[in-house]
Design a protein around this ligand. Structure first.
Ligand SMILES: [Zn+2]
Length: 161
């Protein structure tokens, strides 16, 4: 059995690796905290100032459902890279802001592409479209929105908060 502390350590180590391999020249300039969040249906991860003070720290939370063994590791990598890109682009952190809105003009995707993550990004998008609903069902979560049951979540995924 895998313990929660193992998952926590796994997430911390993986994040440290990703920072070293992709953002070594950037520098972590405040207290960066990464932890597992809730079992969210439509959000894979998010970043916000820690204790509402971005100079003090940043908090990245990752959807706990990504611990499910049926979720490929590259999807977790992708989600972490997405949030780390926000961090280094100054959203939810004290780095210089690279734009007015974190997703406008494909700001994150362009940076991920530049860093050589295009293939994993596409692979992850494909997997999420095809398989996310199955992960929800497996974890006793309805793949439908609360009100309009006819509309499956898949059609309006937002993924990142
Ligand atoms: Zn985002």
């Amino acid at each position: 059995m895998v313990l929660q502390t193992d998952y926590d350590q796994y997430l911390a180590r993986k994040t440290a690796c990703l920072i070293r391999e992709n953002f070594a020249q950037r520098g972590v300039t405040n207290l960066l905290v990464i932890k597992w969040g809730g079992k969210w249906k439509r959000t894979l991860g998010h970043i916000k100032p820690l204790n509402k003070d971005k100079e003090y720290g940043s908090l990245i939370e990752i959807n706990k459902l990504l611990q499910d063994p049926d979720v490929p590791e590259f999807v977790l990598d992708y989600v972490l890279m997405h949030e780390l890109t926000h961090y280094f682009q100054g959203f939810g952190s004290n780095h210089e802001k690279k734009g007015t809105h974190p997703h406008r003009g494909g700001l994150v995707d362009k940076e991920l592409e530049r860093l050589g993550w295009k293939e994993i990004m596409e692979k992850s998008d494909k997997w999420l479209k095809e398989s996310w609903c199955k992960i929800l069902v497996k974890n006793q979560l309805s793949p439908y929105r609360k009100r309009r049951k006819s509309r499956i979540l898949k059609k309006m995924l937002k993924w990142f908060g």
